[in-house]
Each structure stands twice: as structure tokens, then as C-alpha cells.
Design a protein around this ligand. Structure first.
Ligand SMILES: Cc1cc2nc3c(=O)[nH]c(=O)nc-3n(C[C@H](O)[C@H](O)[C@H](O)COP(=O)(O)OP(=O)(O)OC[C@H]3O[C@@H](n4cnc5c(N)ncnc54)[C@H](O)[C@@H]3O)c2cc1C
Length: 463
């Protein structure tokens, strides 16, 4: 009577519905991780994120062993191979039932459908669980359709929170017998500078939970006032843990409401961000177009994006001549993470001032972020490019210099990443002479002119 649980993107023991239910009968349980570099590559997953998940798995492996749960590593070559490999494993090990947590990308939905069919042919159940706060089908408009705008979605979400108190699950039950020897977990080979970045993020479920508690006990009260300033640590920095499911959105909300009242604005603002995360997953679930490399809004299918590769490379290297953009891109390269305000500024600059396809920026972010999350990343990029659901209107283009003056007033963030600008008189936009003297790039494009051009082109597509 052995069950099988497959880790998809929830690398935690607590509040893990698939794992919890797989362990319920208490006899024997095998947990599985699928090592699939071809899939990671085709989904543009960053090596940092995968290495972070593997480190978390190692930490989980010890805890699973104490619960007498074996951990097996299955190798597959592409997502299409996963269901067949799992099916063969199930047959060869005499598995009774299979448990997973659902993922909402189109490839993952198809893989699970395939697996379900194969398992049904040998009379085995695939039990899939939802690890979002509310199942995407359970939040509807009054006319029984699905939301496309955040504010009414969040209202519906919050009223559901009032009527349906969040419950979280405990740890999986200790098993009576450990049936298989656990496998050694293979490391992902990382270049030495990437290894150094990985060390910035401790991979451990208890650590993530303590980090959440620390945020709720202190910083959350200042969140509303501090969250937009990249030079200070005013946000929770929990995104790597949420993306890899080391922590769940449900645990975050449960803990906030257990300890605090939402009447305080800072708390309400942070809860709203967790709801944004759930909103983008909801959008992914209801709109398969989003997983097909297409704009949410069909009218942008033939948009004349620029294919200026030199501009794209300059942007990605942090050499655009706009200090706030260049420092943000350098932060991403050196830490695998970027502040939210900066993500919006660099994305808008790429898609509006440079008119480069948002998909190129989306891919570059996925390949470099430790918290690269398909739904949130796609949502953030399409918001900035004005092609997405509830997106920024195309004519409201951020001026990166004004943003810099407002959110990095003293230039502390810029100085950290571009030290040669420390002595600049106008750190947000140095004069040409100063750029020459300090060895800093000139503007790649004129900000006013490029803004005007973007508005003209977008207005033709928005009719
Ligand atoms: C172009 C672009 C790309 C982005 N790509 C990603 C991505 O790949 N992965 C990712 O997790 N977030 C992404 N975001 C959202 C946001 O920038 C990050 O979640 C945030 O910076 C993480 O920092 P934090 O954990 O300190 O967040 P906090 O401000 O403390 O917020 C708490 C949590 O709420 C969620 N959250 C916050 N803001 C957003 C948002 N705008 N959309 C969705 N969820 C949000 C995150 O899970 C975050 O960890 C992107 C935003 C933009 C504009």
C-alpha cells in the first residue's frame, strides 16, 4: 500500500495538500522529484532558481527521512516524457495512488491529463490538489464570468476571505515503513559567481517561515511607506520562497490574520500584493493564450516591435545611459533579484522607449531571476507593455529620470551599483561632459522623442 507524491513547485512539508493527503493512510509513501534539464531550458527557468529548489529539496530530504518517507529522483528528457516515466515507475513499484499539486501552465495541464489517462488504464487514481488560496474556478463575477480587472477581483477575494476562513494543513503523517532507499540529489552545475549568488538565499522551510514572521512582527507596519524605495529593504524579500513554494500564499495570509488586524493600511497593502500574485495565477488558469507566448490582448498580435539587438543587449547589460535602469539591471545580474519598482521601470523602458517586444524582456527575467514565476512575470511584463490584463494605459509611460528622482532621491541605490557616478552633480541624469569624465554611457535613445514615438504607434493599435 505505497502512495506516490510528486514535487512540482511546492518545496515544503507544511501546508502541502498533495503531500499531506498522500501521507494520510500512514503506511508507506514515496516522494519524487523529476530532474528534467530539457524542460527547465525550454521554460527558460534560471539555473539559480532550479539550484535553489534543489537545495530546498536537500533540506526536505532529511525531514522526509525522519518521517520515513523515501525521496526518489526520476530523470526525464523534456516535459512530454514525464508522464510515461512516472507511469513506468508506478507500475514497477506497485504504487497504489499518485498525488500531485496542480500547476496552471498549459504544458503542465496537458502532462497531468496524460498521466491521469495512463494511470486510469491500470486502475490507479491521480489525485490532484490545488495549493492556491482559492481555486481559480471559485471566484466569479456576479454575471458568472471570470474577472479580468484586479480591483473587483480583489474585492471578491477579500469577501471570500471573510466568509471562508483560511485553514492551513500541518505536516505529513509519519509512515510505518520506509519502502525504498532515498536517492542522492544531484547538484546543478553552477558557475562560481552564480554559486556565490545562491549563498544569499538560505534554502530551508523553517528559515522561510521565520523570515515571514519577522516581517509580520516588524517591517509590515512600514511597508506602505517604504516599499517603493529600492535603496532600503522595505519589502519582505519572500518572493524566492513563494515562487518555489517553500512558503505558500495561504501560510502568509493565515499568519498575517492570526497576528494582526487588516485595519492598518500597511498590512492591507501587503495583503494586496499577495492577492496580485493569486490574481496572475487566476489569469493564467482562465486564459491559455498567456501560456502560448501570446499577448493577453489579441489586438497586439501584429504589433511592430523593434528588433534592435544592440539596444536589447545594452539594456540587459545595464548600459543604457539611464542610471536607474542600469543599476537595476546590474542588481538583477549580481543578485538574481530586482526590486518591484525597478522591475516596472526597466520593463516600461524596454517596451516603450526601446519598443522591444515584452517577450524578450520576460524571457531574460526568467533566465536570471531566482524568483522567476511564470504567472507573475508574464503579468508584470504585459502590465508594463500595456498588452496585458488590467495593464498600464499605453500613454502613461514612466519617465525613468523622474522615477529615479522620486524613489532614489539621494541616488543611494545608483551609487551602490554604479560607483563611478558617486561624484556626479546630477546622479539621475549626468550631463554629457560628466558622462565623458566619469566614463559612463550616453543615452541609448532620447527619452522624450522615444516616448512620443511609442504613444503614436500604440495609439494606432488601441483603437
Ligand atoms: C516586469 C515584472 C516582472 C515580475 N516578475 C516576477 C516574477 O518573476 N516573480 C515574482 O514573484 N514576482 C514578479 N514580479 C512582481 C514583484 O516585482 C515581485 O513579486 C516583488 O518584487 C518581490 O519582492 P518581495 O518578495 O519583497 O515582495 P513584497 O512586496 O514583500 O510582496 C510580497 C509578495 O507578494 C507577491 N507580489 C508582490 N508584488 C507583486 C506583483 N506586482 N505581482 C505579483 N505578485 C506580487 C510576491 O509573491 C511577493 O513576494 C514582477 C513584476 C514586474 C513589474
Amino acid at each position: 500500500m505505497t502512495n506516490l507524491f510528486i514535487f512540482n513547485s511546492d518545496f515544503r512539508l507544511a501546508d502541502n495538500p498533495g503531500l499531506f493527503h498522500a501521507a494520510e493512510n500512514g503506511e508507506s509513501l514515496v516522494a519524487m522529484f523529476i530532474y528534467n534539464p530539457k524542460k527547465w531550458d525550454s521554460h527558460n527557468e534560471s539555473d539559480l532558481k532550479i539550484a535553489f529548489q534543489i537545495e530546498n529539496l536537500k533540506s526536505l530530504s532529511k525531514k522526509l527521512s525522519e518521517l520515513k518517507i523515501s525521496l526518489k529522483i526520476l530523470h526525464a528528457d523534456g516535459i512530454e516524457e514525464e508522464s510515461q516515466k512516472i507511469f513506468e515507475f508506478v507500475k514497477s513499484k506497485n504504487i497504489k495512488e499518485v498525488f500531485i499539486n496542480k500547476e496552471y501552465g498549459i504544458n503542465e495541464i496537458n502532462r497531468d491529463l496524460n498521466l491521469k489517462k495512463k494511470l486510469a488504464s491500470i486502475h490507479i487514481n491521480l489525485n490532484s490538489f490545488d495549493s492556491s488560496v482559492f481555486h481559480p474556478e471559485s471566484i466569479k463575477t456576479q454575471s458568472d464570468t471570470f474577472f479580468k480587472v484586479f480591483t473587483p477581483f480583489s474585492k471578491a477575494f477579500r469577501s471570500k476571505l471573510l466568509t471562508k476562513k483560511i485553514k492551513i494543513l500541518g505536516f505529513p503523517k509519519k509512515q510505518r515503513n520506509k519502502v525504498l532507499e532515498s536517492d542522492e540529489i544531484e547538484n546543478l552545475s553552477l558557475k562560481s559567481e552564480r554559486k556565490n549568488i545562491l549563498e544569499l538565499y538560505k534554502a530551508d522551510e523553517d528559515y522561510a517561515f521565520d523570515k515571514l514572521d519577522e516581517f509580520i512582527d516588524h517591517k509590515i507596519h512600514f511597508y506602505k511607506d517604504k516599499r517603493d524605495y529600492p535603496a532600503i529593504e522595505g519589502t519582505s524579500s519572500l518572493s524566492p520562497y513563494l515562487t518555489s513554494g517553500v512558503l505558500s500564499s495561504r501560510q502568509c495570509l493565515f499568519r498575517v490574520f492570526e497576528k494582526l488586524s487588516e485595519e492598518e493600511e500597511g498590512i492591507r497593502t501587503w495583503v494586496n500584493e499577495i492577492i496580485w500574485r493569486e490574481f496572475y495565477k487566476y489569469i493564467l488558469f482562465h486564459n491559455p493564450r498567456v501560456s502560448k507566448n501570446l499577448s493577453f490582448s489579441e489586438k497586439y498580435d501584429d504589433f511592430p516591435w523593434s528588433d534592435n539587438q544592440d539596444h536589447f543587449i545594452a539594456w540587459s547589460k545595464g548600459e543604457t545611459g539611464v542610471p536607474i535602469i542600469d543599476s537595476a539591471m546590474r542588481q538583477l545580474k549580481s543578485t538574481g533579484w530586482m526590486h518591484n519598482r525597478l522591475r516596472m521601470i526597466v520593463a516600461m523602458y524596454l517596451t516603450k522607449n526601446l519598443l522591444i517586444d515584452w517577450r524578450k524582456g520576460e524571457k531574460y527575467f526568467m533566465q536570471n531571476l531566482i524568483d522567476g514565476d511564470f504567472a507573475s512575470n508574464n503579468g508584470g511584463w504585459q502590465w508594463s507593455a500595456s498588452t496585458g490584463v488590467d495593464a498600464a494605459p499605453y500613454f502613461r509611460i514612466f519617465n525613468p529620470i523622474t522615477q529615479s528622482e522620486k524613489f532614489d532621491k539621494k541616488g543611494d541605490f545608483i551609487k551602490r551599483w554604479i560607483p563611478q557616478l558617486s561624484s556626479a552633480i546630477n546622479i539621475h541624469d549626468p550631463s554629457s561632459d560628466e558622462r565623458n569624465d566619469l566614463g559612463y554611457s550616453n543615452h541609448l535613445v532620447d527619452l522624450k522623442e522615444s516616448r512620443k514615438k511609442a504613444i503614436e504607434i500604440f495609439s494606432n493599435f488601441s483603437k
